[in-house]
Ligand binder design. Structure first.
Ligand SMILES: Nc1ncnc2c1ncn2[C@@H]1O[C@H](COP(=O)(O)OP(=O)(O)O)[C@@H](O)[C@H]1O
Ligand SMILES: [Mg+2]
Length: 250
């Protein structure tokens, strides 16, 4: 079983950005290969990592629903799905990437999802670390594709609303009895120093802050230029802040 790192939080708070920076750090410190999963159906982690033309697991599941009755003779659904997943998996230096996407089909993918779950469970064993960028709406938490995490980062911007959202996700994780070993906030886009109001709010919710990440122009430039965040320099202030935070946890 890999060490599971899950990244959650309200939309636009920086989940994808931080997922990419955490991945960069793991790769550079020789902790790869890392299994990277974009569990956000509207996600753009592939873009943040400079990957193009990525197919999603959702499209594979759709295809499977359509072709269920006409698989090649002698091939089980499991085998077929496993082969297809291997096709949509993007293999890069230091990490493999899988985008969950969403199925377009009307029905419930219960059967296919359980097959997927089993294959993922097997697949995971090949990696010492996994990083999962989750949807804001937490569909995957409630659908239980994120069942376990060694660390769950609740990403919030420097706002009370961000903290409120993060705290709701923490509640949900508890209600669903997810197997989360450690959970805490990352306050992102902090302008200068963190306002005491934010600390107070987090404490009120009975949660902790793993670290804070500054507002950074270089991150914005990379985004505008469509550059991979894996190319961020070591001395970038977001890289540094994430390193400091992650080193305390891993
Ligand atoms: N620390 C930061 N400094 C400056 N811009 C940031 C920072 N973190 C994220 N951003 C920008 O904020 C926007 C939303 O970030 P993103 O990671 O896509 O959020 P999410 O995945 O939570 O929706 C992006 O344009 C990103 O470049
Ligand atoms: Mg995102």
């Amino acid at each position: 079983m890999p060490f599971h790192i899950a990244i959650c939080g309200k939309g636009g708070t920086g989940k994808t950005t931080l997922s990419a920076v955490i991945l960069r750090l793991l790769i550079r410190s020789g902790k790869g290969p890392v299994l990277v999963i974009d569990a956000d159906a509207d996600g753009n982690l592939a873009d943040a990592l400079g990957l193009q033309g990525v197919q999603t697991v959702g499209t594979v599941l759709d295809e499977m629903e359509k072709k269920a009755s006409q698989l090649p003779p002698g091939m089980s659904k499991d085998k077929w799905l496993e082969a297809k997943l291997a096709e949509v998996m993007v293999e890069e230096k230091g990490f493999d990437f899988l985008s969950m996407g969403r199925g377009e089909g009307p029905g419930c993918y219960c059967y296919v999802n359980s097959v997927l779950r089993r294959i993922m469970d097997n697949l995971e064993n090949n990696y010492p670390y996994s990083v999962m960028d989750n949807a804001a709406g937490m569909e995957h938490l409630s659908r239980r594709t994120t069942r376990a995490a060694d660390v769950l980062f609740l990403v919030s911007d420097h706002s009370l609303r961000g903290v409120e959202s993060g705290a709701r996700i923490a509640e949900l994780a508890k209600e669903l009895r997810l197997d989360v070993k450690e959970m805490g906030f990352v306050i992102n886009r902090v302008p200068g120093t963190m306002d005491p109001v934010i600390r107070q709010k987090v404490a009120e919710k009975g949660l902790k802050i793993f670290g804070s990440v500054p507002e950074d122009d270089q991150i914005k430039r990379f985004d505008l230029e469509g550059r991979s965040l894996l190319e961020l320099p070591d001395d970038n202030q977001v890289t540094r802040a994430v390193r400091e935070m992650v080193e305390k946890i891993l």
